[in-house]
Design a binder for this molecule. Structure first.
Ligand code: DHE
Length: 558
C-alpha cells in the first residue's frame, strides 16, 4: 500500500504537463461523444502502481464510483450527504466489511447497491478494493474547454415565433429517463408522448424557462441541453458541457428596473470542478465561470471541493440563490451585471443539499442533511433566518407548502434516514409563534426522497423510495391537509421497481409518479379520489424518475 500512496503523490505532483494531457484526452472524448470516459481516463498511473487492481479493474472502479458514489461522497471522497471515505479511513475496515456495506447499504440511507441489483458480487468486491486506493483527482474545466463543446443546433432566428402545434405547453411534463440519458416530453392533457430527446449521462433534473417555452436539462456529466417546446416535435436546439459532474440548472426570471432577463440567462451548478457557470439562456454559450472553492462557514477552513447543490431563481430580483454544499454557505448572486458581479454570502449549515421556496417565495428552505437540519434564508433581506432539527437526513426535494387548519402556512420535508414527514411553520409574519418550529410529525411508508402538494389540493404525496422493507419502496402515502395524521392512506402502487417523486398537473387535480424500473411506468392519480386514472407505458419509458410540469416549475408551485 505504501507503494500505492507514494505513486499517488507523484501523480498529483506531476504538474501541468500531465493535467494538460488528461484534459486533451478528455476533450477528445467529448468530441467523440464519449461523455463519461474522462473519469475512466484519469489516474491510469495510479492504477498501474496498485497491486490489487489491474488497470482495467481500476478504470471500472472509477466509472462505478462516478456513476453511483461520488454524488454523495464527493469526487475527492471527503464526504457530504454520505460520510468521508478517503483511502486512509477505508483501510481501517476489512474488505469483507466494505463489501457488506456496499452490497447491503446502511440504515443511514445509503442504498444497498448489490441488494437493489445495481452491482454484482464481483463488482462489489472490486469496489471494496477500489475504496482502499486513493481517489484520483479529476481535471479542471475552463471556459475555453466548455466552448469546444458548445453547439447551437437551431439558430435563435430560425426558431418558430409561435408553437408549431396545438398542444397545451403549460401542461407539458418533462420526465427523466435516467439510464437512457434521455428526457421525454409528455402532453399532460392527453397523456401522449410528444417526443424523446437525447440529453446528458444519467440526466438529473429539468427546469423550465421563465416563459415556459424551453426546458433545460442537466446531465450528471455536466451537459446542459435546451429543449424547444414550440417546435412541432420537441427538440434540443442547443447544448454545452460545462462541468464534469453536475446536478443543478436554473434560469433567469427577473424583469424590472435592472433589465429584462426573462429567458436570457441560465446557470449550471457543478459538482466537479467546484464551480457555477452562467450561460446565454437562448444559445447555451458559456459566459462566465464562478469558482466555489472557499472556506467552510464555521471553522473557516479551505475546502477544495465545495459543490453546488440546489439553485433557485428569485421571482422578485435579478438573483439566483445558490447552495454551496460543503462550506454551508448560501450565495445570492446578482446576474444583472456579470462583469461587476455582486453576491451576498450567507453562513448557514453544512452540508446543504436540496430545497425550495415557501409559499410566498421569499424564504428558501434547504436541507443540511448531514446535520439533520433545515435551514431558512430570507432571499428578500438577504440574510440567515433560522435552522432547526427535523429527523435523520431531511430531503424535501423542492418541498411542500400548504395552510394547516391549526398552525397556518406550513412547509414540510421527508427524510432519507427514517420514515418521517416533519411539518414546520413557515409564516413568520402571520404566525410567528410557529415559524421554523416543528408543528407536526407523522410516520411515512419508509425512508424516502420526495413529497409534493399543490395549492388546489387537499393532499400531500410522499414516497418511501429508500425503504429496505419488502414492498415498502413500492408504496405511495398520502396525508390530508385538513386531517393530517388521521387522514393518512398508504398503498402499494407497483409490484416491480420503486416509486419515486411526484408532480401535479397545472390544475392541481392530478398527480403523476414514476415506477423507477428498467421498464418503467408513470402512474397518474386523480388527486381528489386517490384513484388511479391511467398508466403511461412504452418502450421509451426507461428508468423514469423525476418529472416536472411546465407551469408548476415556472412558478415554483409545490
Ligand atoms: Fe437528486 C434534485 C443531488 C441522487 C432525483 N438532486 C437534486 C438536487 C441536488 C441533487 C443537488 C437539487 C437540484 C436543484 O434544485 O437545483 N441527487 C443528488 C445527489 O448528489 C444524489 C444524492 C446522488 C447522485 O449520485 O446523484 C442524487 N437524485 C438522485 C437519485 O438517485 C434520484 C432519486 C433519481 C435520478 O434520476 O437520479 C434523484 N434529484 C432528483 C430529483 C430532483 C433532484 C427528481 C428534483 C426534485 C424536484 O422536485 O425538483
Amino acid at each position: 500500500m505504501e507503494r500505492v500512496r507514494a505513486s499517488f503523490l507523484e501523480n498529483s505532483a506531476a504538474g501541468v504537463g500531465r493535467e494538460v494531457a488528461q484534459l486533451k484526452r478528455f476533450t477528445g472524448a467529448l468530441c467523440c461523444g464519449l461523455a463519461v470516459s474522462l473519469f475512466l481516463t484519469l489516474g491510469a498511473g495510479l492504477a498501474a502502481a496498485a497491486t490489487s487492481l489491474s488497470d482495467e479493474q481500476f478504470e471500472q472502479g472509477k466509472f462505478i464510483y462516478f456513476d453511483r458514489c461520488s454524488g454523495c461522497h464527493g469526487a475527492l471522497r471527503k464526504g457530504a450527504t454520505g460520510p468521508k471515505i478517503t483511502a486512509d479511513r477505508m483501510l481501517k475496515q476489512s474488505l469483507a466489511e466494505l463489501e457488506e456495506t456496499i452490497f447491503d447499504g446502511t440504515d443511514a440511507g445509503m442504498p444497498g447497491w448489490g441488494r437493489t441489483g445495481e452491482l454484482t458480487k464481483a463488482e462489489t468486491a472490486l469496489m471494496a478494493k477500489y475504496m482502499q486506493l486513493p481517489a484520483p483527482i479529476p481535471p479542471e474545466m475552463g471556459l475555453k474547454d466548455m466552448k469546444k463543446t458548445h453547439k447551437v443546433h437551431v439558430l435563435v432566428s430560425d426558431r418558430p415565433k409561435k408553437p408549431e402545434h396545438g398542444r397545451n405547453i403549460d401542461n407539458f411534463f418533462g420526465t427523466i429517463l435516467r439510464d437512457a440519458g434521455q428526457g421525454a416530453i409528455i402532453d399532460g392533457d392527453t397523456k401522449e408522448l410528444v417526443g424523446v430527446v437525447d440529453t446528458g449521462h444519467a440526466v438529473h433534473i429539468f427546469r423550465a424557462s421563465a416563459t415556459g417555452r424551453y426546458f433545460y436539462t442537466i446531465g450528471r456529466d455536466g451537459k446542459v441541453s435546451l429543449i424547444d417546446l414550440y417546435a412541432k416535435k420537441p427538440q434540443v436546439v442547443a447544448e454545452s458541457r460545462v462541468c464534469l459532474d453536475a446536478r443543478s440548472v436554473d434560469v433567469s426570471k427577473y424583469k424590472g428596473p435592472k433589465g429584462d432577463f426573462v429567458d436570457k440567462l441560465a446557470v449550471v451548478g457543478c459538482y466537479w470542478p467546484p464551480q457555477m457557470v452562467v450561460l446565454d439562456g437562448q444559445t447555451l454559450e458559456p459566459l462566465k465561470v464562478i469558482s466555489t472553492r472557499s472556506s467552510t462557514y464555521d471553522t473557516n477552513e479551505y475546502h477544495p471541493e465545495p459543490r453546488v447543490a440546489t439553485i433557485v431563481a428569485s421571482h422578485h430580483d435579478s438573483e439566483w440563490v445558490v447552495a454551496i454544499k460543503e462550506t454551508g454557505m448560501v450565495w445570492i448572486v446578482d446576474y444583472s451585471d456579470l462583469d461587476n458581479l455582486t453576491m451576498t454570502q450567507i453562513a448557514t449549515e453544512r452540508f446543504l443539499h436540496d430545497g425550495g421556496f415557501d409559499a410566498t417565495k421569499r424564504y428558501l428552505l434547504i436541507a443540511a442533511n448531514m446535520r439533520d437540519q433545515m435551514v431558512v434564508v430570507d432571499t428578500k433581506d438577504k440574510k440567515f433566518v433560522a435552522k432547526f432539527e427535523t429527523g435523520v437526513k431531511p430531503h424535501p426535494g423542492r418541498g411542500a407548502n400548504w395552510v394547516d387548519p391549526k398552525y397556518g402556512p406550513v412547509s414540510a420535508t421527508t427524510h432519507l434516514g427514517e420514515a418521517l414527514i416533519s411539518v414546520y411553520g413557515s409564516d413568520p409574519d402571520g404566525h410567528p409563534q410557529h415559524a421554523w418550529k416543528i408543528v407536526r410529525e407523522a410516520e411515512t411508508g419508509g425512508p424516502g426522497l420526495f413529497l409534493k402538494t399543490h395549492p388546489n389540493s387537499n393532499h400531500i404525496w410522499v414516497d418511501s423510495t429508500l425503504s429496505k422493507e419488502e414492498g415498502a419502496n413500492q408504496q405511495v402515502c398520502v396525508f390530508r391537509k385538513d386531517q393530517f395524521e388521521e387522514g393518512k392512506k398508504c398503498w402499494q402502487a407497483t409490484k416491480r421497481g420503486k416509486i419515486v417523486h411526484f408532480e401535479y398537473n397545472k390544475a392541481g387535480d392530478e398527480v403523476w409518479t414514476a415506477v423507477w424500473d428498467k421498464k418503467g411506468e408513470i402512474i397518474v392519480y386523480d388527486d381528489k379520489t386517490l384513484k388511479e386514472k391511467t398508466r403511461i407505458k412504452g418502450d421509451w419509458l426507461v428508468t423514469p424518475t423525476g418529472k416536472w410540469n411546465v407551469h408548476n416549475t415556472v412558478y415554483d408551485v409545490y
